[in-house]
Design a protein around this ligand. Structure first.
Ligand code: TPP
Length: 317
């Protein structure tokens, strides 16, 4: 199932503008702690749009905003959570690495590799319930070398559980080149888990959609787990504040040619879509995010006296 390129372009613009709003919150000091953006990787999340149902679980990483948007998490409570406001998804208690939307079965974790065991639990629950829901775990190319990745895919393969692993391969795990510390690529590991595996160009949303939809459809039919590896580039440092000295200026310049928004826009222009129309789309998307950002900025932070809420159960009598 693919959408038209114009629709993908709009989804990618929304994700880019959302993350740029987050960057403004870091610059102003409103957002504390490490913020990770997926600027440059938007086509992967855009390619996921419309493929999952509300009862399918999606468990994302520290680089999670686009996946939440793709799962249909409302933008305002998500941005409010990142800005630590009480109108946020978790009342401002979680922040950017702890986005939870139970209604859409969307969750995140900052523990590398931990998305798979959580998604495996969702997949096992679907199996026990006799439902055809699936569970998706996102991983980076660094996360694939954790024990949890191997253990979860092994069990999913053994029990034919509906676990889809979407690997966002941006070549780097912080400052480590993943291919230098990996015996084989991620997609190539699939046969070891009786899984279906494929690698796609993660700057092409339609290519991601075709592969992801196939993985989800197979899992839904009870055909077991899948690994979809999508390649793209992370344009910014690992987190905001990372000096990013491990990547040379030449490499960064070469990466810029892989901007999925620039690629999509060029293709749309080649299809005869006018520059004015495309500029209008950009302005429309920016205005939507600006309006949300203004409301988020005006919202209250949680009352500090509630700092211990949700930390303790209240004990056992
Ligand atoms: C278990 C664990 N070990 C180490 C870290 C610190 N850490 C945070 S992100 C990261 C690298 C992740 O790289 P990758 O999986 O490729 O994802 P990317 O950041 O490229 O999206 C590391 C080592 C962590 N959060 N959790």
């Amino acid at each position: 199932m693919t959408l038209d390129l114009m629709t993908y372009y709009r989804h990618m613009l929304r994700i880019r503008h959302f993350e740029e709003a987050c960057l403004s919150g870091v610059a102003s000091g409103e957002i504390h702690g490490e913020l990770h953006t997926a600027i440059g990787q938007e086509a992967i999340a855009a390619g996921m749009v419309g493929i999952l149902r509300d009862d399918d679980a999606l468990v994302s990483t520290h680089r999670n905003h686009g996946h939440g948007i793709a799962k249909g998490v409302p933008l305002e409570p998500m941005l409010a959570e990142i800005f630590e406001k009480e109108t946020g998804l978790c009342g401002g208690f979680g922040g950017h690495m702890h986005l939870f939307d139970p209604d859409r079965l969307f969750s995140t974790t900052g523990i590398v590799g931990a998305t798979l065991p959580v998604a495996l639990g969702h997949a096992y629950a679907a199996f026990l319930d006799g439902s055809d829901a699936v569970a998706v775990a996102v991983s980076g190319d660094g996360g694939v070398n954790t024990g949890g990745f191997h253990e979860s895919l092994n069990l999913a393969g053994a029990l034919k559980l509906p676990l889809v692993v979407l690997v966002e391969n941006n070549d780097w795990a912080i400052s480590v080149v993943s291919s230098e510390v990996s015996a084989v690529g991620s997609a190539e590991r699939a046969p070891a888990y009786a899984a279906w595996g494929t690698r796609v160009d993660g700057t092409d949303p339609a290519a991601v959609a075709v592969a992801f939809a196939e993985a989800v459809a197979r899992a839904r039919r009870g055909e077991g787990p899948a690994i979809v590896e999508a390649t793209a580039q992370r344009f910014r440092g690992h987190y905001e504040g990372d000096p990013d000295l491990y990547r040379t200026p030449e490499l960064k310049e070469a990466m810029a040619a892989k901007d999925p928004l620039v690629i999509a826009r060029r293709e749309l222009e080649a299809q005869g879509i006018g520059t004015d129309h495309l500029d209008d789309l950009v302005a429309e998307s920016q205005a939507q995010i600006d309006a949300i950002l203004a409301r988020v900025r005006a919202a209250e932070q949680p009352d500090p006296s509630r700092a211990h809420d949700h930390v303790f159960t209240g004990g056992v009598a």
